[in-house]
Design a protein. Structure first.
Lengths: 168, 502
């Protein structure tokens, strides 16, 4: 077994375990911490694929910024102990949801294994400059639209939040 | 197929105008609530965008490595969506003054229009998805725009959660398509999928796409959010959601489904056909039982989504042209009728069927406008609503086979829908009393009669209300395009040619 595939299996196990932790841990703050572990594991996977830039971005944006936002969100809206059971309105559908998800996952993963995917062994776009070229040449229109989209999301969110304050 | 040049930027002028003015509208002073400045800015931006789009008519271009395409299809849809937004903004003039978020209302509508105009011209999955998301995200906050409307909260939450879920499904489907083909360009996806041939994964991708777009288009069985959202939102917002942004979902589905389904055309045709029949029937049958006109029209718009889906299921040039035509027709009719019933609710106090009693004497022109739109919705010639259905039915007859069932279902459903449209017409044009057939007890019951004279004192002031103007503009467009449909049908056919990849 090559060392890189060993790294992959270790990281994959870490992602799955911490992913299960996000769902099953009783305390919502612990779930958030497990989520950060998941993000870092994914960054590790990017590293094994020779995509250093994506790995760095993953750590900076997801494990850093987004995780902090989530923790802040939890801090601001959680009442009491932060037990997951209290916040989950749909907990009583556990069993039926489990059955549906199990069927869905097994079907899709069976088909994923059957399908001949377009696999490239060498990444063309691993350097920062290559990614920049993709964003600012090939997909510049989508990039600009994404900028507008994020602004609009902010405007909508501010509008909703401001209105609540005004009405008490 | 090359990178953007300075000359290419002229094709983005409408979008640039809309985005710039949307920011200007948001940044102007908020002090004077009754100021018409945001309204004039929004109208000016939309008119400017419309003029620049019209000057591009006839040009054809593939920009920025194929991620943006300018052709008859994209220009037709740009013009249609901008006109829809103009009518909505024009009609909402009185509404926007009455709420505290008037300029945000215009700003969000302008941003949504940018997304819609980009939908038509997007040539790859990423641009298409982001444009679609821009449209959705701009409208998520709209049901909440009027804070005095308590039901808006429920509507906004339902709309947001369902929309976010649907977006997730769509994104998963798109990523599967990308994984199979290795490209995001629609033009390249078609030959690659044809070469790969039948793969089970394509079915999975299509299942995700159909479910995701099904939510956005509110087709049965993904329709459950629509009536609550349409009823709970402020009516101008309902008219924008049902008449404009929902049509965006149809445009994306047309583009993406046509590009991906080439290998399993027959199966997809059967799937979409079944969904279409289900959607039309459920929409119409449930609409029959509604007493609240807003809710009735929500179900009617579900039924019309089924009509459009029939054109998508037949998958010929003519049927897709029929779908495009019906998208345009239903957009006009929906915007018009929601503003019409908004006016009625202003002078009578509610949206129930009982509020329409004797409308003919109270507001004759509004009643007449509603009459025309209701007839057009039912598919009575010579209005535009008839021609969309007509083209779809003709395209079904050209193919024969089981497509005849689709055509038959469409015709029967149109007849069924006439029942509840005619009920509104009868109530409007009858005397002071209304009689209604009660589905539950299977007998006629007298609808609550309202005093006509008492509630109508304010009418003189309201007669020139912007709600009426939007209604009249829609009625005019419906009638004119209905009387002279050749031009529009020809353009729709030419547009369909650009998105059918074979």
């Amino acid at each position: 077994m090559e060392l890189s595939s060993l790294a992959f299996w270790i990281l994959a196990t870490m992602i799955i375990i911490s992913g299960l932790g996000v769902v099953f841990l009783k305390n919502i703050v612990h779930s958030a911490l497990a989520l950060i572990a998941t993000f870092i594991g994914a960054a590790g996977i990017y590293l094994t694929l020779h995509s250093e830039f994506l790995a760095a971005i993953q750590v900076l944006i997801y494990a850093g910024a987004i995780a902090i936002l989530i923790v802040f969100g939890i801090m601001l809206i959680t009442k009491g102990e932060g037990k997951m059971g209290e916040t989950n309105l749909f907990g009583k559908y556990k069993i039926s949801a489990g059955i549906v998800v199990l069927i869905m996952v097994s079907l899709v993963s069976y088909l994923v294994l059957q399908t001949p995917w377009q696999i490239t062994t060498e990444l063309n776009e691993s350097l920062m400059s290559d990614i920049a070229k993709l964003i600012f040449y090939d997909h510049v229109v989508a990039f600009e639209l994404a900028g507008v989209l994020l602004t609009v999301a902010m405007i909508g969110a501010i509008m909703i939040a401001r209105g609540v304050k005004k009405n008490g | 197929m090359e990178t953007l040049t300075l000359q290419d930027l002229q094709f983005f002028l409408p979008e640039v105008i809309l985005i710039t003015f949307a920011f200007v509208v948001l940044f102007i002073s908020n002090k004077n609530k009754s100021s018409l400045l945001p309204f004039h800015l929004a109208m000016g931006a939309l008119l400017g965008a419309l003029i620049f789009t019209i000057t591009q008519l006839g040009s054809e271009a593939i920009l920025n490595f194929g991620t943006v395409e300018i052709n008859t299809f994209s220009l037709l849809l740009k013009i249609v969506f901008i006109i829809f937004s103009i009518i909505t903004v024009w009609g909402s003039k009185d509404f926007a003054i009455s709420i505290s978020f008037g300029k945000e209302y215009y700003g969000l509508i302008l941003f949504a229009t940018v997304g819609l105009t980009m939908l038509g011209s997007a040539g790859d999955l990423i641009t298409l998805f982001i444009a679609f998301e821009l449209t959705s995200i701009s409208t998520y906050a709209l049901p909440l725009i009027d804070r005095s409307n308590e039901r808006g909260r429920e509507a906004a939450l339902k709309y947001f959660l369902n929309g976010a879920f649907a977006t997730g499904l769509v994104l998963f489907g798109l990523s599967l398509v990308y994984g199979l083909t290795g490209t995001v360009l629609l033009k390249e996806i078609v030959p690659i999928i044809a070469e790969i041939g039948y793969e089970p994964m394509i079915v999975v991708a299509l299942a995700f796409l159909v479910a995701g777009f099904g939510y956005k288009m509110a087709i049965v069985p993904f329709h459950l959010w629509a009536p609550d959202v349409y009823e709970g939102s402020p009516t101008p917002v309902t008219s924008f959601l049902a008449g404009v942004t929902k049509k965006g979902a149809f445009v994306v589905s047309l583009k993406i489904l046509l590009a991906t389904l080439i290998v399993i055309k027959i199966q997809v045709s059967i799937l979409l056909g079944t969904l279409a029949i289900l959607t039309m029937t459920v929409g119409n049958v449930v609409a029959l039982m509604q007493k609240n006109t807003k809710r009735m029209l929500a179900y009617s718009s579900i039924a019309h989504a089924g009509n459009i889906l029939v054109g998508l299921a037949i998958i010929t040039e003519l049927s897709v042209a029929g779908s495009i035509l019906h998208i345009i027709a239903h957009g006009l009719m929906t915007i018009g009728i929601f503003f019409g019933i908004l006016y009625v609710s202003k002078i009578r106090g509610g949206y129930d069927l009982g509020d329409f009693i004797g409308l003919r004497w109270v507001a004759p022109w509004t009643a007449f406008g509603l009459l025309i739109i209701l007839l057009s919705l039912a598919g009575v010639p010579p209005f535009i609503g008839f021609w969309g259905k007509m083209v779809i039915v003709v395209s079904a007859f050209e193919l024969g086979n089981w497509y005849m069932f689709l055509a038959l279902a469409l015709v029967l459903n149109s007849a069924l829908s006439l029942v509840y449209y005619a009920r509104v017409i009868r109530v409007m044009y009858m005397d002071n009393k209304g009689v209604e057939f009660n589905m539950a007890t299977k007998q006629n019951t007298v609808i609550e009669t309202r005093e006509i004279t008492a509630a109508t004192k304010e009418i003189g002031k309201l007669r020139t209300s912007s709600y009426n103007i939007a209604l009249y503009v829609c009625v005019l467009l419906i009638t004119v395009t209905g009387l002279f449909p050749e031009q529009l049908v020809a353009i729709s056919r030419e547009a369909a040619r650009f998105i059918i990849p074979w």
